[in-house]
Design a protein. Structure first.
Lengths: 228, 413
């Protein structure tokens, strides 16, 4: 097995949003490392800054100060275009609200995940959908699917390009407990199979317990880290 | 190269997704352009068709034709009406025929007279003409023949009828070799002219006789120096481009012959078909341009419609843009997507507009009996202008879309 290297290294990361004339400091110097292949939960109350942290990790946003190394490469100074390339090729997102395009089929949504990652491959999209057990639903639109099914389409969309890092923001937040448990087990399987690094933001301790490590965040700072 | 091709395929599939999943909106975007392009095509084709029509009619009279007619003469400060007096003479015509670039010259003297044949009678215009008159004025004989040099010299009593005269005097019979009374002489019909249609100066309502024959019947005015007065001198020049040169030469020649002092006014006037053609073409071009401008405004309005709908589209698809960005779309991917979408919609609108416009202009030419002329240049222009409109008016919405912050965009409903 490959040597365990740091996939993510955060050094004293801060994020400040200007709100009118005042400034709102959302992240107050976060330092943490995440090893390649780890499955980590980030927990915290709403407003604690965990979503902001996830956006920074996902290269959707840039920190105000501090350094962020992704796979050993510093990300801070990169242009929007280079960040987009990292998002497209290395990072998969799963959102609380699924964020599927409502007018196209499940399969087309999965293919959308490949559009900016080197090109669409029909067969691979079908395989990805089959992997989450939705072959029969391939030609249904999101509106015709249950919440759990929609989230599984979203997982297929994120996984179809074989990302190195999978970021899930409250993936079960809008699901009933049964579908939520299904989603978590799908995510765990994916993690085990593909040896990807998986970060789950949640405030559900039962979900967090499935991970190898839990990072607690409060008011923009890391409070505790516990290994399970 | 292969990567390029792949990029194009990705852009195409993305754009097609945008268009096909928003059919009504796409249709509305195209509609403005369709109507704009179609009206450009229809109006321009009507404009060009009318111009062609007028020029053809003029062309049937002969574009190399130059006509000299008597002008106004002043007697002691009282200016007479033009054409009432005869200042031109047969001798003038002979002198003009010696000028360079002049191919053929004909003179005619016309008068209105009563014509009687087998119980029918009418007032018609009688033209006493020289032998080359038919050639110069582009007149054709539909049956029979024209008079010969010999007949002309003899002052033979022969006549060639215009179609309307033939219909009135010989409605059911073949007029050839029939008798026709004009004033105090009996003419024999030797030919009938082809119909000219209702164009100006049409010979349909007149009969042609040798000028020498006419001189025997009608007392023609003599000018002061004893010349034989004629109503018009018409000449065919070698090429219409010589019209100005010939015009100047005739002017100086006639001024000398008519002994007009340096500051005196011309007692004749010269008009050439080339001049007329030019004037008419200019007028027709202005008209076509005006029609085109009106249509171009509707195209512009269509373009603004494109921008309008694209802006709404960007707003409505904010979340889609956020999702695409999260999935790795660069700003310029989004920009390309929306710009291409606008360009393809307007291109399609342009093509549909061209087809629609062509169909309408063909229908117009059949139903309304207006000539229409669709030139390929207009089609190419209309299509490229509509794509340019798409690019121009799609630019701002696409730029707006590309600059959206992905986090904000994902949060929008």
């Amino acid at each position: 097995m490959a040597a365990k290297t740091d996939m993510i290294r955060l050094q004293n990361i801060t994020k400040v949003y200007p709100i009118g004339k005042r400034e709102l400091t959302v992240l107050k110097g976060i330092t943490l490392n995440i090893t390649q292949g780890e499955m980590v939960a980030i927990m915290g109350a709403s407003g604690s800054g965990k979503t902001t942290l996830l956006n920074l990790l996902g290269c959707l946003d840039k920190p105000t100060s501090g350094t962020y190394c992704f796979e050993g490469k510093e990300v801070n100074g990169l242009t929007g275009e280079e960040l987009a390339r990292i998002r497209g090729q290395k990072i998969g997102f799963i959102f609380q609200t699924f964020n599927l395009l409502s007018r196209i089929t499940a399969l087309a949504n999965v293919e959308l995940g490949m559009t900016y990652a080197g090109g669409v491959n029909h067969e691979r999209a079908k395989e990805a959908l089959a992997r989450v057990g939705l072959t029969a639903r391939a030609n249904h639109r999101p509106i015709e699917l249950s919440g759990g099914e929609q989230q599984r389409v979203a997982i297929a969309r994120a996984m179809v390009k074989n990302p190195a890092l999978l970021l899930a923001d409250e993936p079960t937040g809008q699901l009933d407990s049964q579908s939520g448990a299904d989603i978590i087990s799908v995510l765990k399987e994916m993690h085990a199979e593909r040896n990807i690094t998986l970060l789950v933001v949640t405030h559900d301790i039962n979900i967090a317990r499935n991970c190898q490590r839990i990072i607690h965040i409060k008011d923009g700072e890391v409070v505790t880290e516990e290994d399970l | 190269m292969k990567k390029r091709l792949k990029d194009i395929r990705i852009i195409w599939s993305t754009v097609w997704l945008g268009i096909s999943t928003h059919k009504l909106r796409s249709f509305l975007t195209m509609l403005g352009i369709v109507i704009g392009v179609a009206s450009v095509i229809v109006l321009m084709s009507i404009g060009n068709g009318s111009k062609e029509n007028i020029l053809n009619r003029i062309g049937s009279l002969g574009v190399n034709l130059v006509t000299v007619s008597p002008g106004a003469v002043s007697f002691g400060g009282v200016r007479g009406m033009p054409s009432q007096t005869s200042t031109l003479t047969l001798e003038d015509a002979e002198a003009i025929s010696e000028l360079p670039y002049v191919n053929t010259v004909a003179a005619s003297y016309s008068s209105s007279m009563q014509l009687i044949a087998s119980g029918n009678n009418m007032y018609g215009s009688v033209n006493g003409v020289t032998t080359d008159y038919l050639k110069v004025n582009n007149l054709n004989i539909s049956s029979g023949r024209t008079f010969t040099e010999f007949e002309y010299n003899q002052g033979a009593a022969v006549a060639i009828l215009g179609t309307n005269v033939k219909e009135t005097l010989f409605p059911d019979t073949d007029p050839l070799q029939q008798q026709l009374r004009m004033g105090n002489i009996i003419l024999t019909v030797i030919g009938v002219l082809s119909s000219e249609g209702d164009s100006f100066g049409s010979a349909d309502n007149s009969i042609l006789v040798p000028l020498t024959t006419m001189q025997q019947t009608v007392a023609q005015p003599r000018t002061a120096n004893g010349g034989h007065g004629v109503s018009t001198i018409s000449l065919e020049i070698a090429d219409q481009s010589y019209a100005d040169v010939v015009n100047d030469e005739i002017t100086s020649l006639l001024r000398i012959r008519h002994e007009i002092s340096a500051n005196g006014e011309d007692d004749f006037s010269i008009s050439s078909m080339a001049e007329l053609v030019e004037t008419v073409s200019e007028t027709a071009n202005t008209l076509t341009l005006l029609l085109g401008a009106v249509a171009a405004i509707s195209l512009l309005v269509g373009g603004i419609g494109v921008m309008n709908i694209m802006l709404v589209s960007v707003l409505e698809r904010t979340r889609e843009i956020g999702i695409r960005k999260a999935l790795g779309a660069r700003d310029r991917d989004i920009w390309t997507q929306f710009l291409t979408e606008a360009a393809i919609l307007t291109l399609a609108g342009g093509i549909i507009g061209v087809i629609f416009g062509c169909v309408v202009s063909i229908i117009v030419s059949h139903v309304a009996a207006i000539n229409t002329l669709i030139s390929p240049a207009i089609i190419i222009m209309a299509v490229s202008v509509s794509v340019a409109i798409g690019l121009f008016f799609g630019f701002y919405p696409a730029w707006n879309a590309s600059r959206l912050d992905p986090i904000e965009a994902l949060r929008s409903e």
